[in-house]
Design a protein around this ligand. Sequence first.
Ligand SMILES: NC(=O)c1ccc[n+]([C@@H]2O[C@H](COP(=O)([O-])OP(=O)(O)OC[C@H]3O[C@@H](n4cnc5c(N)ncnc54)[C@H](OP(=O)(O)O)[C@@H]3O)[C@@H](O)[C@H]2O)c1
Length: 328
Amino acid sequence: MSTFKAWVVDKGEGGQSLSFRDFDEADLMDGDVTVRVTHSTLNYKDGLAMTGKSPVVRRFPMIPGIDFAGVVESSGHPEYEPGDAVVLTGWGVGETHLGAYAERARVKGDWLVPLPGGLSPAQAMAIGTAGYTAMLCLMALDHHGARPDQGPAIVTGASGGVGSVAVALLARAGWHVIASTGRDGEADYLRGLGAAEILDRAELSGPPKPLAKERWAAGIDAVGSTTLANVLAMTRADGAVAACGLAQGMDLPTSVAPFILRGVSLLGINSVTTPQPKRREAWARLARELDLGKLAAMTTTVRLPDVAGLAEEILAGRTRGRTVVEVG
Ligand SMILES: NC(=O)c1ccc[n+]([C@@H]2O[C@H](COP(=O)([O-])OP(=O)(O)OC[C@H]3O[C@@H](n4cnc5c(N)ncnc54)[C@H](OP(=O)(O)O)[C@@H]3O)[C@@H](O)[C@H]2O)c1
Protein backbone atom coordinates (compact mmCIF):
# COMPACT_ATOMS: atom_id res chain seq x y z
CA MET A 1 0.00 0.00 0.00
CA SER A 2 1.37 3.40 -0.99
CA THR A 3 0.21 6.47 0.89
CA PHE A 4 0.90 10.19 0.65
CA LYS A 5 0.18 13.27 2.75
CA ALA A 6 -2.98 15.22 1.94
CA TRP A 7 -5.50 17.64 3.36
CA VAL A 8 -8.83 15.79 3.40
CA VAL A 9 -12.37 17.12 3.83
CA ASP A 10 -14.69 14.52 5.37
CA LYS A 11 -18.40 14.76 6.11
CA GLY A 12 -20.02 13.26 9.17
CA GLU A 13 -23.07 13.85 11.32
CA GLY A 14 -21.48 17.00 12.75
CA GLY A 15 -20.92 18.39 9.26
CA GLN A 16 -17.70 18.93 7.34
CA SER A 17 -14.26 18.37 8.92
CA LEU A 18 -10.72 18.92 7.65
CA SER A 19 -7.59 16.93 8.53
CA PHE A 20 -4.01 16.53 7.33
CA ARG A 21 -3.42 12.83 7.02
CA ASP A 22 -2.09 9.89 5.02
CA PHE A 23 -4.16 9.12 1.93
CA ASP A 24 -4.06 5.76 0.16
CA GLU A 25 -2.97 6.08 -3.48
CA ALA A 26 -5.43 3.28 -4.30
CA ASP A 27 -8.25 5.66 -3.33
CA LEU A 28 -7.36 8.26 -5.98
CA MET A 29 -10.10 8.72 -8.55
CA ASP A 30 -10.01 7.62 -12.18
CA GLY A 31 -7.70 9.43 -14.56
CA ASP A 32 -5.08 8.61 -17.16
CA VAL A 33 -2.27 10.75 -15.71
CA THR A 34 -0.75 10.56 -12.21
CA VAL A 35 1.15 13.66 -11.16
CA ARG A 36 3.63 14.33 -8.35
CA VAL A 37 2.31 17.68 -7.18
CA THR A 38 5.07 20.19 -6.43
CA HIS A 39 3.06 23.41 -6.00
CA SER A 40 -0.52 24.49 -5.48
CA THR A 41 -2.08 27.80 -4.46
CA LEU A 42 -4.73 29.37 -2.27
CA ASN A 43 -7.82 30.61 -4.10
CA TYR A 44 -11.08 32.00 -2.72
CA LYS A 45 -12.81 28.74 -3.69
CA ASP A 46 -10.23 26.76 -1.67
CA GLY A 47 -11.24 28.83 1.36
CA LEU A 48 -14.87 27.90 0.74
CA ALA A 49 -13.97 24.21 0.32
CA MET A 50 -11.84 24.00 3.47
CA THR A 51 -14.30 25.86 5.72
CA GLY A 52 -17.50 24.49 4.20
CA LYS A 53 -18.92 28.06 4.13
CA SER A 54 -20.37 27.35 0.71
CA PRO A 55 -21.13 23.88 -0.66
CA VAL A 56 -18.38 23.77 -3.29
CA VAL A 57 -17.28 20.26 -2.20
CA ARG A 58 -19.71 17.81 -3.70
CA ARG A 59 -17.93 14.49 -3.03
CA PHE A 60 -16.53 13.12 0.24
CA PRO A 61 -13.84 12.46 1.18
CA MET A 62 -12.39 15.32 -0.87
CA ILE A 63 -8.85 16.57 -1.19
CA PRO A 64 -9.28 20.35 -1.63
CA GLY A 65 -7.07 22.48 -3.88
CA ILE A 66 -8.31 23.61 -7.30
CA ASP A 67 -4.97 24.00 -9.08
CA PHE A 68 -1.50 22.49 -9.19
CA ALA A 69 1.83 22.33 -10.97
CA GLY A 70 3.75 19.09 -10.92
CA VAL A 71 5.63 16.36 -12.73
CA VAL A 72 3.98 13.45 -14.53
CA GLU A 73 4.74 10.13 -12.81
CA SER A 74 2.76 7.83 -15.09
CA SER A 75 0.57 8.43 -18.10
CA GLY A 76 -1.77 6.61 -20.44
CA HIS A 77 -2.44 9.86 -22.30
CA PRO A 78 -0.77 10.28 -25.71
CA GLU A 79 0.38 13.86 -24.99
CA TYR A 80 2.15 13.24 -21.66
CA GLU A 81 4.94 11.02 -20.45
CA PRO A 82 6.78 10.59 -17.13
CA GLY A 83 8.91 13.61 -16.31
CA ASP A 84 6.73 16.16 -18.14
CA ALA A 85 6.02 19.37 -16.22
CA VAL A 86 2.31 20.18 -16.22
CA VAL A 87 -0.23 22.64 -14.85
CA LEU A 88 -3.89 22.13 -13.96
CA THR A 89 -6.63 24.59 -13.10
CA GLY A 90 -10.35 23.95 -12.73
CA TRP A 91 -12.37 21.04 -14.16
CA GLY A 92 -13.92 20.45 -10.73
CA VAL A 93 -10.60 19.40 -9.18
CA GLY A 94 -10.89 20.08 -5.43
CA GLU A 95 -14.71 20.12 -5.77
CA THR A 96 -15.91 16.92 -7.43
CA HIS A 97 -12.54 15.32 -8.24
CA LEU A 98 -9.77 14.74 -5.65
CA GLY A 99 -7.61 17.85 -5.64
CA ALA A 100 -4.26 19.54 -5.27
CA TYR A 101 -3.46 19.81 -1.55
CA ALA A 102 -1.66 16.47 -1.68
CA GLU A 103 1.60 14.95 -2.84
CA ARG A 104 -0.16 13.05 -5.65
CA ALA A 105 -3.06 13.72 -8.01
CA ARG A 106 -4.63 11.55 -10.68
CA VAL A 107 -6.55 13.44 -13.37
CA LYS A 108 -7.60 13.30 -16.99
CA GLY A 109 -4.75 14.22 -19.32
CA ASP A 110 -7.25 16.32 -21.28
CA TRP A 111 -7.46 18.67 -18.28
CA LEU A 112 -3.72 19.40 -18.18
CA VAL A 113 -1.67 22.00 -19.99
CA PRO A 114 2.10 21.70 -20.40
CA LEU A 115 4.01 24.05 -18.08
CA PRO A 116 4.25 27.22 -20.21
CA GLY A 117 7.76 28.00 -21.48
CA GLY A 118 9.46 30.72 -19.44
CA LEU A 119 7.60 29.94 -16.20
CA SER A 120 8.84 27.81 -13.31
CA PRO A 121 6.27 25.57 -11.56
CA ALA A 122 6.29 28.01 -8.63
CA GLN A 123 5.66 30.99 -10.95
CA ALA A 124 2.87 29.13 -12.75
CA MET A 125 1.19 28.60 -9.41
CA ALA A 126 1.85 32.17 -8.30
CA ILE A 127 -0.39 32.91 -11.27
CA GLY A 128 -2.68 29.94 -10.56
CA THR A 129 -6.42 29.93 -11.13
CA ALA A 130 -6.78 33.54 -10.00
CA GLY A 131 -4.16 34.91 -12.40
CA TYR A 132 -5.29 32.75 -15.28
CA THR A 133 -8.84 34.04 -14.68
CA ALA A 134 -7.56 37.63 -14.73
CA MET A 135 -6.06 36.87 -18.16
CA LEU A 136 -9.38 35.40 -19.36
CA CYS A 137 -10.99 38.69 -18.29
CA LEU A 138 -8.42 40.71 -20.25
CA MET A 139 -8.92 38.46 -23.29
CA ALA A 140 -12.69 39.00 -23.07
CA LEU A 141 -12.17 42.78 -22.99
CA ASP A 142 -9.77 42.56 -25.93
CA HIS A 143 -12.24 40.41 -27.87
CA HIS A 144 -14.95 42.99 -27.18
CA GLY A 145 -12.75 45.66 -28.70
CA ALA A 146 -11.96 47.55 -25.48
CA ARG A 147 -8.84 49.71 -25.87
CA PRO A 148 -6.83 51.86 -23.46
CA ASP A 149 -7.49 55.02 -25.54
CA GLN A 150 -11.20 54.74 -24.70
CA GLY A 151 -10.67 55.62 -21.02
CA PRO A 152 -9.59 54.09 -17.70
CA ALA A 153 -10.15 50.50 -16.54
CA ILE A 154 -11.38 49.68 -13.03
CA VAL A 155 -10.35 46.58 -11.07
CA THR A 156 -12.40 45.63 -8.02
CA GLY A 157 -11.06 43.48 -5.18
CA ALA A 158 -7.73 44.83 -6.37
CA SER A 159 -5.58 43.61 -3.46
CA GLY A 160 -6.83 40.03 -3.86
CA GLY A 161 -5.50 37.32 -6.17
CA VAL A 162 -7.54 37.98 -9.33
CA GLY A 163 -7.37 41.72 -8.69
CA SER A 164 -3.59 41.94 -8.24
CA VAL A 165 -2.87 40.06 -11.47
CA ALA A 166 -5.57 42.06 -13.30
CA VAL A 167 -3.95 45.36 -12.22
CA ALA A 168 -0.53 44.20 -13.45
CA LEU A 169 -1.86 42.87 -16.78
CA LEU A 170 -4.03 45.90 -17.59
CA ALA A 171 -1.22 48.33 -16.71
CA ARG A 172 1.21 46.38 -18.91
CA ALA A 173 -1.37 46.56 -21.75
CA GLY A 174 -1.37 50.37 -21.48
CA TRP A 175 -4.54 50.96 -19.46
CA HIS A 176 -4.90 53.74 -16.90
CA VAL A 177 -5.84 51.42 -14.05
CA ILE A 178 -8.14 52.46 -11.20
CA ALA A 179 -7.68 49.92 -8.38
CA SER A 180 -10.63 49.64 -6.00
CA THR A 181 -9.74 48.33 -2.56
CA GLY A 182 -11.11 48.35 0.96
CA ARG A 183 -7.60 48.34 2.42
CA ASP A 184 -6.00 51.76 3.01
CA GLY A 185 -2.62 50.20 3.63
CA GLU A 186 -2.37 48.58 0.17
CA ALA A 187 -2.18 51.76 -1.94
CA ASP A 188 1.61 51.58 -2.36
CA TYR A 189 1.39 47.86 -3.13
CA LEU A 190 -1.20 48.50 -5.85
CA ARG A 191 0.74 51.43 -7.33
CA GLY A 192 3.77 49.12 -7.46
CA LEU A 193 1.73 46.70 -9.58
CA GLY A 194 0.82 49.51 -11.98
CA ALA A 195 -2.32 51.16 -10.61
CA ALA A 196 -2.57 54.85 -11.60
CA GLU A 197 -5.37 55.63 -9.10
CA ILE A 198 -6.71 54.05 -5.93
CA LEU A 199 -10.47 54.10 -5.28
CA ASP A 200 -11.90 53.38 -1.83
CA ARG A 201 -14.30 50.49 -2.33
CA ALA A 202 -16.79 52.33 -0.11
CA GLU A 203 -17.47 54.50 -3.20
CA LEU A 204 -18.87 51.38 -4.89
CA SER A 205 -20.78 50.10 -1.85
CA GLY A 206 -23.77 52.46 -1.74
CA PRO A 207 -27.21 51.60 -3.14
CA PRO A 208 -26.64 51.47 -6.92
CA LYS A 209 -28.44 53.99 -9.12
CA PRO A 210 -29.53 52.79 -12.56
CA LEU A 211 -26.98 55.18 -14.07
CA ALA A 212 -24.27 57.35 -12.50
CA LYS A 213 -21.47 59.62 -13.74
CA GLU A 214 -19.40 57.81 -16.38
CA ARG A 215 -15.96 57.03 -14.95
CA TRP A 216 -14.32 54.14 -16.84
CA ALA A 217 -14.44 52.41 -20.20
CA ALA A 218 -13.66 48.89 -18.97
CA GLY A 219 -13.55 46.83 -15.82
CA ILE A 220 -12.51 43.55 -14.27
CA ASP A 221 -14.74 42.66 -11.33
CA ALA A 222 -13.92 39.96 -8.75
CA VAL A 223 -16.52 41.12 -6.24
CA GLY A 224 -20.06 40.96 -7.71
CA SER A 225 -23.15 42.20 -5.84
CA THR A 226 -23.58 45.94 -5.12
CA THR A 227 -20.01 46.64 -6.24
CA LEU A 228 -20.58 45.25 -9.73
CA ALA A 229 -23.93 47.05 -9.96
CA ASN A 230 -22.19 50.36 -9.19
CA VAL A 231 -19.35 49.59 -11.60
CA LEU A 232 -21.88 48.99 -14.40
CA ALA A 233 -23.77 52.21 -13.59
CA MET A 234 -20.49 54.17 -13.84
CA THR A 235 -19.23 52.56 -17.08
CA ARG A 236 -18.93 54.82 -20.11
CA ALA A 237 -21.14 54.36 -23.17
CA ASP A 238 -20.23 51.20 -25.12
CA GLY A 239 -17.79 50.12 -22.40
CA ALA A 240 -17.44 46.56 -21.09
CA VAL A 241 -16.98 44.86 -17.73
CA ALA A 242 -15.66 41.31 -17.32
CA ALA A 243 -17.22 39.72 -14.24
CA CYS A 244 -15.63 36.68 -12.62
CA GLY A 245 -16.19 36.83 -8.86
CA LEU A 246 -18.52 36.98 -5.92
CA ALA A 247 -16.33 38.06 -2.98
CA GLN A 248 -19.08 40.46 -1.87
CA GLY A 249 -22.00 38.30 -2.95
CA MET A 250 -23.70 36.28 -5.66
CA ASP A 251 -26.47 38.84 -6.20
CA LEU A 252 -26.45 41.63 -8.78
CA PRO A 253 -28.83 44.46 -7.80
CA THR A 254 -28.69 46.34 -11.08
CA SER A 255 -31.18 47.39 -13.78
CA VAL A 256 -31.13 47.15 -17.55
CA ALA A 257 -30.28 50.87 -17.76
CA PRO A 258 -26.49 50.49 -18.34
CA PHE A 259 -27.18 47.97 -21.09
CA ILE A 260 -30.00 49.65 -22.99
CA LEU A 261 -29.20 53.33 -22.40
CA ARG A 262 -25.38 53.20 -22.59
CA GLY A 263 -24.74 50.01 -24.55
CA VAL A 264 -22.55 48.65 -21.74
CA SER A 265 -21.59 44.98 -22.07
CA LEU A 266 -21.28 42.54 -19.18
CA LEU A 267 -18.85 39.75 -20.07
CA GLY A 268 -19.14 36.58 -17.98
CA ILE A 269 -15.97 34.62 -17.20
CA ASN A 270 -15.90 30.94 -16.25
CA SER A 271 -12.36 29.60 -15.89
CA VAL A 272 -13.32 26.07 -14.81
CA THR A 273 -14.29 24.46 -18.11
CA THR A 274 -12.53 26.75 -20.58
CA PRO A 275 -11.72 24.71 -23.71
CA GLN A 276 -8.07 23.78 -24.31
CA PRO A 277 -7.23 26.22 -27.15
CA LYS A 278 -8.35 29.26 -25.14
CA ARG A 279 -6.70 27.85 -21.99
CA ARG A 280 -3.36 27.48 -23.77
CA GLU A 281 -3.69 30.92 -25.33
CA ALA A 282 -4.27 32.41 -21.86
CA TRP A 283 -1.20 30.66 -20.41
CA ALA A 284 0.95 31.65 -23.39
CA ARG A 285 -0.11 35.28 -22.97
CA LEU A 286 0.56 35.13 -19.21
CA ALA A 287 4.08 33.82 -19.87
CA ARG A 288 4.68 36.66 -22.35
CA GLU A 289 2.87 39.58 -20.77
CA LEU A 290 2.97 39.26 -16.98
CA ASP A 291 5.92 41.07 -15.40
CA LEU A 292 7.63 38.39 -13.27
CA GLY A 293 8.99 41.03 -10.89
CA LYS A 294 5.44 42.18 -10.20
CA LEU A 295 4.33 38.55 -9.87
CA ALA A 296 7.01 38.02 -7.21
CA ALA A 297 5.91 41.20 -5.42
CA MET A 298 2.33 39.90 -5.10
CA THR A 299 3.29 36.37 -4.00
CA THR A 300 3.62 34.80 -0.55
CA THR A 301 4.69 31.17 -0.10
CA VAL A 302 3.49 28.68 2.53
CA ARG A 303 4.11 24.98 3.09
CA LEU A 304 1.33 22.44 2.54
CA PRO A 305 0.70 21.78 6.28
CA ASP A 306 0.09 25.53 6.81
CA VAL A 307 -2.44 26.24 4.05
CA ALA A 308 -5.54 25.38 6.09
CA GLY A 309 -4.72 28.19 8.51
CA LEU A 310 -5.34 30.66 5.69
CA ALA A 311 -8.82 29.44 4.70
CA GLU A 312 -10.68 31.92 6.91
CA GLU A 313 -8.18 34.65 6.03
CA ILE A 314 -8.88 34.57 2.29
CA LEU A 315 -12.65 34.52 2.81
CA ALA A 316 -12.32 37.58 5.05
CA GLY A 317 -10.32 39.40 2.35
CA ARG A 318 -7.21 39.50 4.57
CA THR A 319 -4.76 37.75 2.23
CA ARG A 320 -2.87 39.94 -0.24
CA GLY A 321 -2.20 38.98 -3.83
CA ARG A 322 -1.35 35.35 -4.45
CA THR A 323 -0.33 32.56 -2.08
CA VAL A 324 1.76 29.66 -3.42
CA VAL A 325 1.58 26.36 -1.54
CA GLU A 326 4.82 24.35 -1.65
CA VAL A 327 3.92 20.69 -1.74
CA GLY A 328 6.97 18.71 -2.80
N1 LIG B 1 -15.23 32.82 -12.59
C1 LIG B 1 -14.18 32.08 -12.33
O1 LIG B 1 -13.87 31.13 -13.04
C2 LIG B 1 -13.33 32.43 -11.16
C3 LIG B 1 -11.97 32.07 -11.11
C4 LIG B 1 -11.18 32.53 -10.03
C5 LIG B 1 -11.78 33.27 -9.02
N2 LIG B 1 -13.11 33.55 -9.08
C6 LIG B 1 -13.76 34.34 -8.04
O2 LIG B 1 -13.14 35.62 -8.00
C7 LIG B 1 -13.23 36.13 -6.68
C8 LIG B 1 -11.84 36.55 -6.21
O3 LIG B 1 -11.03 35.41 -6.04
P1 LIG B 1 -9.59 35.56 -5.38
O4 LIG B 1 -8.98 34.22 -5.34
O5 LIG B 1 -8.88 36.69 -6.04
O6 LIG B 1 -9.99 36.00 -3.89
P2 LIG B 1 -9.28 37.03 -2.91
O7 LIG B 1 -7.81 36.92 -3.06
O8 LIG B 1 -9.88 36.83 -1.57
O9 LIG B 1 -9.71 38.47 -3.46
C9 LIG B 1 -11.01 38.98 -3.28
C10 LIG B 1 -10.90 40.46 -2.95
O10 LIG B 1 -12.22 41.01 -2.98
C11 LIG B 1 -12.31 42.07 -2.03
N3 LIG B 1 -13.42 41.78 -1.12
C12 LIG B 1 -13.51 40.74 -0.24
N4 LIG B 1 -14.68 40.80 0.43
C13 LIG B 1 -15.33 41.89 -0.04
C14 LIG B 1 -16.59 42.49 0.26
N5 LIG B 1 -17.41 41.98 1.18
N6 LIG B 1 -16.95 43.61 -0.41
C15 LIG B 1 -16.13 44.15 -1.35
N7 LIG B 1 -14.93 43.62 -1.68
C16 LIG B 1 -14.54 42.51 -1.04
C17 LIG B 1 -10.96 42.13 -1.31
O11 LIG B 1 -10.13 43.08 -2.00
P3 LIG B 1 -9.76 44.52 -1.35
O12 LIG B 1 -9.35 44.24 0.07
O13 LIG B 1 -8.65 45.03 -2.21
O14 LIG B 1 -11.00 45.36 -1.42
C18 LIG B 1 -10.38 40.74 -1.54
O15 LIG B 1 -8.99 40.73 -1.46
C19 LIG B 1 -13.86 35.04 -5.81
O16 LIG B 1 -15.24 35.28 -5.70
C20 LIG B 1 -13.61 33.78 -6.64
O17 LIG B 1 -14.53 32.76 -6.36
C21 LIG B 1 -13.88 33.13 -10.12
